[in-house]
Design a protein. Sequence first.
Length: 129
Amino acid sequence: MMRDNRETALKMLESPSTGVFNEEIATPDITWWIAGRGLRTKEEFREGAAGFRANIVRREPLKIHGITAEGNRLAVEAETYMEMKNGKIYNNSYHFLFLFRDGRIYHAKEYHDTLHASQTFERWGKGEG
């Protein structure tokens, strides 16, 4: 089960950058909490990810630094590197926590350097990307 959860979480982490939200790996009522932005519904998360993607010039694949699993919880440490349309580099470290129900993600938490994110995306207003 933990191996399946690991594969599911890694698929979910591909979603924001590819634009494809894989409905098979998330529950219909999934929520996503983001540091500095609060709780988002699936639709709000999808819209935010689309706005973020629209401002990327080039990105490298998400670098995974570690994964820890226990019960229905799986944590991922990761790093992103992107060149943005505003000329800035977005190189941030993340900690994601995924909670699973019946093999699907029902809640995610995303921790990252909110100051770096705000400074990178300030051109688009209020740090929103």
